[in-house]
Design a protein around this ligand. Sequence first.
Ligand code: F6P
Length: 484
Amino acid sequence: MNLVVVSNRVARGKAHEPMTGGLAAALLSVVENSGAIWVGSSGRVRDGAHKEPFAEIEALGAGALAMLDLPAAHYGGYYEGFANSALWPALHSRSDLIRTCQEDYFSYREVNAFMAKALLRFEKPGTAFWIQDYHFLALGAELRDLGVTQPIGFFLHTPWPERAVVGGVPHHRELVEAMLAYDLIGFQTQDDCDNFIGYLSADLGLNVSNGVVTSRYGTSRLQVFPIGIDPQKFAEQAAKAVSHPDVSRLRRSLNGEKLAIGVDRLDYSKGLVNRINAFDRMWTLRPSLARTASLLQIATPSRGAIEAYGNLQEELAKLVSEVNGRHGEVDWTPIRYLNKGYGQNVLAGLYRTAQVGVVTPLHDGMNLVAKEYVAAQHPADPGVLVLSKFAGAANELDTALLVNPHDIDGMAGAIATALSMPLTERRMRWEAMMEKLRAGTIQQWFADFVDALQESRLERAPDPSPMAPSLWPLRSVNSNLRYH
Ligand code: F6P
């Protein structure tokens, strides 16, 4: 089978290059080894690109990487607009941050349609398409409209929220109906899958039986595939990284004090304000922990053109400086706050240096930083993971110290507990987490999804009794919108 993997962001195979976002980093090695073609955005735009898709193609391991210039007229409305100012906030249960308009939706659909046309050049007999994430909810339907009959799967890396929240997204019904063009729809957790099923039953009146739903496209299988990492490779990288200059400098600068580390995209879903408040609270309530433990927070700027992200960047910078002003000493800075990205090779060493990993999102599909922090630890002296119970990773990493990121005092207490946890307990918790990581690697995730995609295509037969006419056609909402 020829596999074509599609995502908005792609990664090149350089461990030292900073990578924004877990998806690209996680997919890189499996795509490299699978021989698949990975298609995504080049990060550049082009006038009139919709007429003539332009792709730069390079080798990627046993396969290839194809980077497309997206249409200049629609990129902003697609990426900053509908994908990241309507879908992203809603998928993370922040409907209050939805800011969008008809033009954004139009651009989102145009880019989905553009990508579908561009993919045709990679279609051969025996090809299967695997679409990643919320940027391309409608891409499967676009491919079907172009006559593609091969297996098409979709995996959502973010949470899927409760139906009332989905109902806050303009054109939600049309989008979910379009998703049913996929043969297989994968989710990170059972809750996400159940929420999706809840929407299908309550809002679309569809019956889901044994994880299968029938629509005019045929059947779609709904299944959970928690994404993993390559723990062995990450551990090896971490052991090697201790001699990296950035990691050695960090170690030298600590003067025996303990280190907690947070590594996140600068995003409101990551709970960064609450996390800084928890450290503030901890140093206020337990002044003895001042000087003995500090926080290294790497917050990589992301989606800076969107107002909510600009506001968050300002708020965090102010908060960190207040907390440092309140607790710092002439020779001690409580929070080292960095707004830049690091390559996986350095991050692995930073994680291994830190006695505590703090991963406290308000909502997160999985959060691979949590898994990477665990994999990077020294087996003889592992650190402690403080993990939000609202990250998908908490389902597997249940021997981490699980916290509610809205409970600042609770988090402050958990961080203090982590800093003083005895070695035997640290090892027990860590070993249990490593077992889970070894059982659910990224290679396994990839293979499981591809196998399930092939099977679900075999099961799929177009439904002879079409759905209620009110649900169709897919593009019924705004007659001013032109999609092709
Ligand atoms: O979590 C979903 C995701 O698509 C991941 O790729 C990554 O964490 C992030 O969002 C990427 O964001 P962006 O490409 O907008 O920087």
